[in-house]
Design a protein around this ligand. Structure first.
Ligand SMILES: *Cc1c(COP(=O)(O)O)cnc(C)c1O
Length: 475
């Protein structure tokens, strides 16, 4: 394909870059003792649902460049919107000044968000959008004179980002435990993880059938125990993404909203992963008609183009921060690049594509195709659990299907399956031994089928070698 040539680098240039990468770049979520043993894939281009490497090979972007990309790479409309903005100004600031793209985007976000979220506070990434939500919730109660509301309630297996506030409400031990002395007070309710229910229950008998899953009732119990002391409950609505695409039982989110209302506390919905169509609706809260008090968005906000985030909230919370300057109610928080005009322009263009191309209306057919493809995996002896919500899916691999025994972490089975996928022209990244399927929403049916076929084929390729003890860690 002629297009691939545009992205090819000469072999000596690739060698030079690899050498410099090994010398100087510390990659996120990466064990460098392993990274430095393999040839890194250098991505030099992209178009639609594809990315291209420096050797000119083409791959399906099976994880949307880490859950960000929505309409494909190099979408003409988004590229043009950024260029147009670039011809005006790349950056000014939201501190003491305003800008058209940030104004227009805030109005647009309020239009599409659940009703009642009228105020938009910009930040830079998912983690900061959660920091903002937690600080707003905390200060809200302080300003209201409810000084005892200092506690947060979060969920086991939660992931809300990597800054210290976001880690405080995070529930993934592997990532978060080492920082525990640094964190603020958080109580954890059980993860809504039906396949490995922390309460030892089954979804058909735990109350989920009548809208009261036992795990949601545990949130209620936690709120009872800490009555009058909880500032907010923080959830990833419908899908605990980073924990392995853990899908909550139906009714869970609505019930948690109801419990927050009963206990007069706030609900923070972190839609950083689930927002912008991933679950089949613009926001996953819509599936259960839930309006959170604070809504965090980032990854897909700019169509996956630029770092930008927003925390949406209600008039009630906003008004608690109003007062004379010496009353100390000002929200003293903001980041240098908050509301960056290029990012806002990209986001506006992305939202326009949603509307003009009727993106959400195209999704049901693709979601069904994904469901059908995944169903063919269910019988596989090492596929323990398949979880899908819209265009987000996780395939959890297990050593023993009958006991649900996991593979030893050191085997890196998920990583091996995903490494193999590159041979079939697909980029994937696992969450432990859960293979994530989360392509750009624009993916063609053909490529979506190839993606699922590749996952199945790679599982088949990798498993026999494990069984015969020939594994040597990463490929
Ligand atoms: C990715 C993610 C974050 C963190 O976003 P960053 O942009 O990486 O800081 C927060 N919450 C959820 C649900 C996420 O998936």
């Amino acid at each position: 394909m002629a297009e691939n040539k545009d992205y090819v680098l000469p072999p000596e240039e690739i060698r030079r870059l690899v050498e410099l990468d090994r010398q100087h770049v510390w990659h996120p979520f990466t064990q460098h003792a392993l990274w430095n043993q393999v040839e890194p894939l250098i991505i030099t281009g992209g178009r639609d649902e594809y990315v291209f490497d420096a050797q000119g090979r083409r791959y399906i972007d099976g994880h949307s460049s880490l859950w960000c990309n929505i309409h494909g790479h190099r979408r003409a409309e988004i590229d043009a919107a950024i260029r147009t903005q670039l011809d005006r100004i790349a950056h000014s600031t939201q501190l003491g000044l305003a800008s058209p793209p940030a104004i227009e985007l805030a109005a647009r976000l309020v239009e599409i968000a659940p009703q009642g979220l009228n105020k938009v506070f910009y930040s830079d990434d998912g983690s900061t959008s959660v920091e903002v939500a937690c600080k707003l919730a905390f200060a809200y109660w302080q300003h209201r004179g409810e000084r005892r509301r200092e506690l947060f309630v979060a969920l086991g297996n939660a992931y809300h980002g990597d800054t210290i506030g976001a880690v405080s409400v995070g529930g993934i031990d592997l990532f978060h435990r080492v920082y525990s002395p640094l964190l603020f007070k958080t109580e954890f309710a059980p993860s809504p993880y039906c396949y490995r229910c922390p309460l030892g229950q089954k979804p058909d008998t735990c109350g989920a059938a009548n809208g009261r899953p036992a795990c949601a009732e545990e949130v209620g119990r936690t709120l009872d125990t800490h009555c009058g002391k909880v500032a907010a409950v923080v959830v990833e609505p419908l899908v605990q993404a980073a924990a392995g695409m853990i899908t909550a039982p139906p009714g869970y989110l609505a019930r948690v909203r109801q419990l927050c209302d009963e206990h007069e506390t706030l609900l923070i919905a972190d839609e950083v992963a689930t927002g912008f169509g991933r679950t089949g609706r613009m926001f996953s809260c819509e599936h259960e008609n839930v309006v959170p008090d604070l809504l965090c968005v980032s990854k897909g906000l700019t169509g996956g183009y630029l770092p930008l985030a927003a925390t949406l909230t209600t008039d009630a919370i906003y008004e608690a921060f109003l007062g004379p300057i010496d009353a100390g109610r000002t929200f003293y928080h903001g980041h240098t690049f908050t509301g960056n005009p290029l990012g806002c322009a990209a986001a506006l263009a992305s939202l326009e594509i949603f509307q003009r191309d009727r993106v959400l209306e195209q999704l049901p057919a693709k979601i069904r195709l994904l469901t059908d493809g995944l169903a063919r995996l269910a019988e596989h002896p090492h596929v323990g659990n398949i979880r899908q919500r819209g265009m987000m899916a996780g395939v959890e691999l297990v050593r023993d299907k009958s006991t649900r025994e996991a593979f030893p972490y050191g085997l890196q089975v998920g990583a091996q399956v995903c490494a193999r996928a590159r041979d079939y022209g697909v980029i994937l990244r696992p969450l432990a031994d859960t293979i994530v399927i989360m392509p750009p929403l624009c993916i063609s049916s053909e490529n979506l089928e190839h993606l699922v076929w590749t996952v199945r084929t790679c599982i088949d390729d990798v498993m026999p070698r494990l069984a015969h003890g020939m594994s040597d860690g990463l490929e």
